[in-house]
Design a protein. Structure first.
Length: 48
C-alpha cells in the first residue's frame, strides 16, 4: 500500500469519472487527510 507524503497515512486507489466528457482517471487518495495524487498520466476514454 502507498503512504501519503503529507501525513504518512494509507492511500487507496479511486476512480474519478467525467460523464460529460466521457473520461476517467485513477487517483491515490489518502484515508487520513484526503490528499489526492494522480495515478495515471492522462485520462482514459470510458468507451474503447
Amino acid at each position: 500500500m502507498k503512504s501519503c507524503e503529507k501525513c504518512q497515512g494509507s492511500m487507496i486507489v479511486e476512480r474519478a469519472v467525467d460523464l460529460e466528457v466521457g473520461l476517467s482517471i485513477l487517483y491515490f487518495v489518502c484515508l487520513n487527510c484526503g490528499k489526492r495524487v494522480q495515478a495515471e498520466r492522462e485520462p482514459r476514454p470510458l468507451v474503447h
